[in-house]
Write a protein that binds this ligand. Structure first.
Ligand SMILES: *[C@@H]1O[C@H](CO)[C@@H](O)[C@H](O)[C@H]1NC(C)=O
Ligand SMILES: *[C@@H]1O[C@H](CO)[C@@H](O)[C@H](O)[C@H]1NC(C)=O
Ligand SMILES: *[C@@H]1O[C@H](CO)[C@@H](O)[C@H](O)[C@H]1NC(C)=O
Ligand SMILES: *[C@@H]1O[C@H](CO)[C@@H](O)[C@H](O)[C@H]1NC(C)=O
Ligand SMILES: *[C@@H]1O[C@H](CO)[C@@H](O)[C@H](O)[C@H]1NC(C)=O
Ligand SMILES: *[C@@H]1O[C@H](CO)[C@@H](O)[C@H](O)[C@H]1NC(C)=O
Ligand SMILES: *[C@@H]1O[C@H](CO)[C@@H](O)[C@H](O)[C@H]1NC(C)=O
Length: 922
């Protein structure tokens, strides 16, 4: 009873807290959420439904364990538009803007999205999802320069752009003031609470501004490594004075790490760096030192002697114990991998202390388009219209859907297309202020009133005002537009005389359906008048010229997907740091790898690029370590470029790339360990391998592998061609789910299975067309995949002198001759469990033969192949009604479904006969 009462009291307190804590200056949007609520820490979340233009709200499929704000999200089409949230702010006030993204496989596609995030017109970050269940969080501190602040999503290169939460926190006074704040905002790279008690971050209400102070014991990939021996956590419950300019929460200052052995060592990977940083460290003496004890230390950063000049004496600097000292740099250049050490001085009795640290990158604010104010004033006239709510800058990073802009650094609006938007009222005067405007389309609305004076838009060439309700006279200024080529004003209520200047010009001019009269000395019939300049030839010339203009003036098309082979010659891709910095590849220390692999003790395979070893990381994760042969890469940069590429490729059916190591001349790639080895082993059945004898299981493996390849071919931009698809590159995990390995590497092979250093591939799987032409396309992978399908049916190796009889060493020729003569029985693996449906085998045989057609153009796409495999699986699943449930559940669990039903029933024999009567394949 007592405890129940206490609980009640607590609940009431919580309620009171949340009611009274209508946090001023907080905006917390639960994107995709349906209602408003207050969460467990007292933050009031509101639905984003009213704030955003477009997008679709959805719930995550898995709801357990999530904070409520992460159980929903809003996603947007992966098109060329941008999608913005526009929030009201107080100008000349600093705000913390925080956006978070929890993918949660909301679209059930397992394709990890990648898209751009911008703050107003300024590119802020590229959001790269590489884990479905961990939110990506982006944070910035910006001085609001205008009464609104926009956060926009655009440029999806994989998946669909989405957002889970968007938060705005207003800062007080001079908090986070910088001298550069009009030109630069701060993008958060690290905010770490050292010595934290557990993994939980500290935030509101401990931090009234709701900064999130991450625990140093939470080692995110790429985050905090190289902790020196002797590093100890200390904590106090005594109050710490924090009333300094940055006002960090007391709770964060009450914990720290101390280097008992004289130094504190850390290495951070700073996202977005190298760059200019705003960095600050927080120190407070929270140990009770004896009178004769001192704590003095210096910051040591390799290659940066300047850092080591000042000596920190925390007590002295802070003017007392339990008080905060927060030295920092407002503008310092930092690398991507930032290693630093706090080292005690010779005359200090105690090692260094560190309570917290913050590092931000200065991001230059993009000027934005020159017509931004005019355009936002124009849009604000139509608060009900969707097209007017697109938000953000009209041109940057991509333009509004009805606007086209020039490509200058500060773009101008060149074209406005508001045809048939049901707009009423007069033509807005803002349009006459767009002095770079070339094309204006307002046709098919209900505009009324007169035509305004466009003489300020001297570049205007195309004006469409037809099919409105405009009245009054045609302004003579139209005739004075020096570049005017086409003017359409038909079907309005215009009256009076056509200005003489207009009638003299050689333009296309349609004025029918009005009440207009020609200029006083000429006659107009109010139909299409092409005012001829001279002879017919001139008209033709003109027509050709206009034709050209129109072509080049068409709406931007989505650029067609480029196919780039990740192959030699190595692309020139920026510098080492700028390239790797944009990615999330984790870097392992060589010592870590050596420990994990017991100094490269257990060899588990050799691939196209080197030898693969088994390893186990300190945290228990099993890994496959690929030690690349020395001559695989010409330089560090080339290796790191490929690492950067690999780290961008994420799919359930691709072997997960965990990171790399690059030290002492060794190039190492680290992958997840796949427990069940290669498909090849499970088809041929080595001494220790269990042969897969279930046809459904083989189909499922084919389905998994096809999905992985489909992602490389269609989900990546640029498209990735694997180039070495084979059964030994299809790996099986604990649950016998298949994943494709060895993708994304461009260097020629060094082991014997490969045919040449130019053409990459393995004999038996190699597309003959590619071998001859050396022109690589996705269809080369299709060929190799076709060979795998034939292997799955027959269990045979692609090249063998034993299996295929005289004069035939090749699975393709052998299988083709049997399949084409309708004798599929002859190629079916005798070790397959009976109880498969011949129809499904036929399906795979047919698609396999299509895949190995000599000409790439005749082969299907991987998506078409996948569809056939899925159809074949459906046939197997439906084969026997009582088995359906069982098979389905086996499938969804991804376990090995060994078919125990060995009976051959009549129905199956019927279909067998049916199949035999099929006409041979072309
Ligand atoms: C869109 O993203 C791609 C790939 O991430 C990048 O190469 C391209 O520059 C981006 N486009 C814009 C306009 O930012
Ligand atoms: C911001 O400043 C005002 C007055 O200067 C103060 O009342 C308010 O509590 C401050 N807010 C926070 C979160 O510190
Ligand atoms: C903290 O997080 C790490 C890594 O995620 C985990 O291994 C550890 O068990 C967690 N510790 C606590 C106290 O939750
Ligand atoms: C402290 O350093 C000494 C010598 O450098 C070393 O022997 C000792 O093991 C270190 N202590 C700890 C706790 O790592
Ligand atoms: C910081 O310093 C660099 C180099 O001295 C300079 O180019 C840059 O403009 C400065 N300011 C910011 C905000 O980066
Ligand atoms: C500290 O000790 C090191 C080595 O013992 C010495 O090289 C250095 O000069 C000393 N520094 C000072 C300030 O005494
Ligand atoms: C056009 O606008 C009017 C009000 O101005 C509205 O009633 C009507 O539904 C709109 N029509 C369309 C097709 O949007």
């Amino acid at each position: 009873m007592a405890s129940a009462a206490a609980l009640l009291l607590q609940l009431q307190l919580l309620l009171l807290l949340s009611l009274s804590a209508a946090q001023p200056g907080f905006i917390s949007l639960d994107c995709g959420g349906a209602d408003d609520y207050t969460d467990g820490i007292g933050i009031q979340w509101t639905s984003d439904a009213k704030l955003v233009f477009g997008g679709q709200a959805t719930n995550l499929p898995v709801q357990n364990q999530l904070q409520k704000q992460y159980s929903t999200l809003r996603y947007f089409p992966a098109d060329t538009s941008k999608y913005c949230y526009t929030m009201n702010v107080r100008t000349r006030t600093r705000y913390l803007v925080r956006a978070s993204f929890l993918y949660g496989n909301f679209d059930n596609s397992n394709v990890y999205p990648k898209f751009d995030l911008s703050l107003g017109a300024t590119p802020w970050s590229t959001v790269i999802i590489d884990d479905a269940d961990t939110p990506v969080v982006e944070e910035a501190i910006i001085l609001a320069a205008a009464p609104t602040l926009s956060v926009c999503l655009s440029n999806a290169s994989t998946g669909q752009p989405f957002i889970s939460t968007l938060e705005l926190r207003q800062f007080n006074g001079s908090l986070y003031y910088t001298d550069y704040e009009a030109q630069f905002f701060l993008a958060l790279s690290a905010r770490i609470n050292f010595g934290a008690d557990g993994n939980k971050s500290v935030r509101y209400p401990d931090d009234p501004f709701d900064r999130i102070w991450e625990s140093d014991s939470l080692r995110r990939a790429n985050y905090l490594v190289d902790v020196a021996p002797g590093t100890e956590r200390i904590t106090t419950t005594k109050p710490v004075f924090v009333g300094t300019e940055l006002e960090p929460p007391e709770k964060v200052m009450q914990t720290a790490v101390v280097g008992q052995n004289g130094s504190l060592n850390y290495r951070l990977d700073l996202e977005g760096f190298p760059g200019n940083a705003w960095a600050v460290s927080y120190f407070a003496e929270i140990e009770d030192l004896a009178p004769d004890e001192t704590r003095k230390f210096k910051l040591v950063v390799p290659g940066m002697p300047l850092f080591s000049k000042p000596t920190v004496d925390v007590e002295e600097n802070a003017q007392g114990k339990y008080r905060l000292y927060q030295p920092g740099y407002t503008n310092v250049t930092l690398p991507f991998v930032f290693s630093f050490e706090f080292k005690k001085t010779n005359d200090s009795s105690k090692g260094p202390i560190l309570n917290a640290m913050e590092i931000y990158k200065h991001v230059q604010i993009t000027m934005g388009s020159q017509d931004a104010n005019t355009m936002s004033s124009l849009a604000s006239r139509y608060p009900q219209a969707g097209w007017a709510q697109e938000g953000g800058d009209p041109c940057l990073p991509v333009s509004w859907t009805w606007v086209q802009c020039s490509s200058e650094a500060a773009p101008r609006v060149l074209s406005i297309t508001l045809s048939e938007k049901n707009i009423t009222g007069s033509i807005p005067e803002e349009l006459t202020k767009l002095s770079a405007l070339v094309e204006l389309r307002l046709d098919g609305n209900s505009f009324s009133g007169g035509i305004p004076d466009f003489s300020g838009c001297r570049n205007l060439q195309y004006i469409h005002l037809e099919n409105n309700q405009l009245n009054g006279a045609l302004p003579s200024s139209l005739g004075e537009l020096p570049n005017l080529k086409e003017l359409y004003i038909q079907n309005n209520r215009l009256s009076g005389h056509i200005p003489r200047a207009l009638s003299k010009k050689s333009i296309i001019f349609n004025s029918s359906g009005n009440n207009l009269q020609g200029p006083s000395d000429s006659i107009s019939h109010g139909t299409i008048i092409i005012i001829v300049c001279a002879v017919v030839g001139a008209i033709l010339l003109l027509a050709v010229a206009i034709g050209c203009c129109l072509c080049t003036h068409k709406r931007k098309k989505k650029p067609s997907r480029e196919t780039v082979v990740l192959a030699a010659p190595a692309k020139k891709l920026g510098s080492y740091f700028s390239e790797v910095a944009t990615e999330t590849a984790h870097r392992f220390a060589l010592s870590e790898i050596e420990d994990a692999t017991d100094k490269f003790e257990r060899r588990i395979g050799s691939g196209g690029f080197g030898i693969v070893y088994y390893g186990k990381l300190a945290d228990g994760r099993e890994i496959a370590v690929k030690l690349l042969t020395n001559d695989s890469y010409q330089g560090i940069r080339e290796f790191l470029n490929e690492v950067a590429l690999l780290s961008r490729i994420h799919h359930r059916n691709l072997v997960t790339f965990l990171g790399y190591s690059q030290q002492d001349g060794k190039n190492i790639l680290v992958y997840e360990f796949m427990h069940n080895g290669t498909l090849k082993e499970h088809l041929r059945g080595g001494p220790n391998d269990v042969k897969i004898t279930s046809w459904v299981k083989r189909l499922e493996i084919a389905e998994d592998a096809a999905k992985g390849i489909e992602y490389l071919h269609t989900g990546c931009s640029p498209t990735i061609i694997h180039r070495d698809v084979k059964s030994s590159n299809i790996l099986l995990d604990k649950n016998m789910r298949a994943k494709v390995a060895d993708f994304g590497l461009s260097k020629p092979a060094v082991d014997g299975s490969h045919v040449s250093s130019i053409v990459r591939g393995t004999v038996g799987y190699l597309d003959p067309e590619y071998y001859i032409s050396q022109q690589l396309t996705e269809k080369s992978d299709i060929y190799s995949f076709g060979v795998i399908l034939l292997e799955l049916i027959s269990g045979h190796e692609p090249i063998s002198s034993d299996n295929f009889g005289l004069n035939c060493r090749n699975i393709v020729a052998w299988a083709r001759s049997h399949i084409e003569s309708g004798n599929i029985d002859a190629i079916i693996d005798a070790s397959l469990d009976t109880g498969y449906d011949l129809q499904s085998v036929w399906k795979i045989a047919e698609v396999g033969i299509m895949c190995v057609k000599p000409k790439g153009a005749q082969r299907p796409t991987i998506s078409e192949v996948l569809k056939e495999i899925q159809d074949a699986i459906a046939i197997e699943v439906q084969r026997e009604a009582p088995q359906v449930q069982q098979l389905m559940s086996k499938r969804s669990m991804g376990s090995v479904s060994i078919n125990t039903d060995n009976s051959v029933d009549l129905e199956q024999n019927a279909s067998f006969d049916e199949m035999l009567m099929r006409p041979g394949l072309r």
